[in-house]
Design a binder for this molecule. Structure first.
Ligand SMILES: C[S@@+](CC[C@H](N)C(=O)[O-])C[C@H]1O[C@@H](n2cnc3c(N)ncnc32)[C@H](O)[C@@H]1O
Length: 308
């Protein structure tokens, strides 16, 4: 087992937000290295259980190993949280007392060049969390210039998206682009050294989000989560960038303003009332946590609770 483990963010805040109580059932839909699951299991103190989900089979294997001391109080399931209802149903769970959803990639994925997520080390252009579906190499070598530009613009919010897409298409006319190092050099040559780290981060992020349909999966998870919570159960999300933030804020707005009546009506006739209340709007990591773990700096936690 390769250690160290992924440094979990906002651990104390997740525990406090979930209001973990004995005998309850919690679901960690982004198990990763199991850091959040571990603190929940410790707090449960031999009662209740945690079900951990991850679409990455390697993550599941590592977390299973780490959390083995908790025996059958912990269950790991490989799957995409977009299918949460089905995943819980096949494991005979109708409802849970809390969800934790810590988005993005884990240290395990990001620090392994062979997974293709890194721009600072050379590896194959892969970026698939599940190891299935279209790889980054297929998109970068087969998609049209416009399609590539759209991905970089929509999912990386990179203003030089068209320029970078043109450079990619010109470079691949010679021979296919095969590695993360080649892609990084093409971007570097296209935009120059100024702000290059931020630009590379945005370009790589854009392909990763597109390939793994990260925003679509998140929206599908959220649309099922409230129904799967017991009353008083909480949903804790940790987001890292504005695109994730938008999907979560839209969900919270829709759930807290469900009335569909025309504005002209003096009072509500549709009868739709909120199913959730906001517990914490936005929690940021403390300075100390950011010093100890700089990758926590962009983490933002939100908490909602299901109401009767
Ligand atoms: C930031 S890490 C989670 C780290 C974890 N909380 C910990 O403390 O170790 C995010 C994890 O979510 C997983 N993931 C991302 N999108 C997913 C999805 N749609 N369904 C299931 N797992 C997903 C990734 O594979 C990754 O392992």
């Amino acid at each position: 087992m390769r250690e160290p483990f992924h440094k979990s963010v906002l651990l104390e805040q997740v525990l406090e937000s979930l209001a973990v109580a004995s005998g309850r059932v919690y679901c960690d839909v982004t198990l990763g290295d199991g850091g959040h699951s571990e603190v929940i299991l410790k707090r449960l103190n031999g009662t209740g259980m945690v079900i951990g989900i991850d679409r990455d089979a390697q993550a599941i294997e590592r977390a299973q190993h780490r959390l083995a001391p908790f025996g059958n109080r912990f269950k790991a399931v490989v799957g995409n949280f977009a299918e949460i209802k089905e995943l819980l149903r096949t494991n005979n769970i109708q409802a849970v007392d809390g969800f934790v959803c810590d988005l993005g990639v884990s240290m395990l994925q990001i620090s392994e060049p062979s997974r293709g997520f890194m721009f600072s080390a050379d590896g194959p252009l892969d970026m698939r969390m599940e190891g299935a579906g279209l790889s980054a190499a297929e998109i970068i070598n087969d998609y049209s210039q416009n399609e590539i530009a759209d991905i970089i613009w929509r999912y990386g919010e990179e203003r030089r998206a068209r320029h970078i897409a043109r450079a990619i298409v010109t470079a691949r006319a010679g021979q296919p682009i095969k590695s993360t190092g080649e892609l990084a050099s093409i971007v570097r040559r296209a935009v120059g050294e100024r702000y290059i780290v931020k630009t590379l981060a945005r370009v790589f992020q854009s392909f990763r989000i597109y390939i793994n349909d990260e925003l679509g999966s998140l929206a599908r998870f959220l649309s099922q989560a409230v129904e799967l919570l017991n009353c008083g159960g909480r949903l804790v999300t940790i987001e890292y960038h504005s695109l994730e933030s938008r999907v979560i804020k839209d969900f919270i707005y829709r759930e807290t303003h469900p009335c569909t009546c025309p504005k002209e009506l003096p009072r509500c006739v549709c009868g739709r009332t909120p199913r959730i209340r906001i517990v914490h709007k936005l929690v940021k990591p403390a300075e100390g946590e950011i010093r100890a773990n700089p990758s926590a700096r962009s983490a933002r936690l939100r908490v909602v609770e299901k109401i009767a």
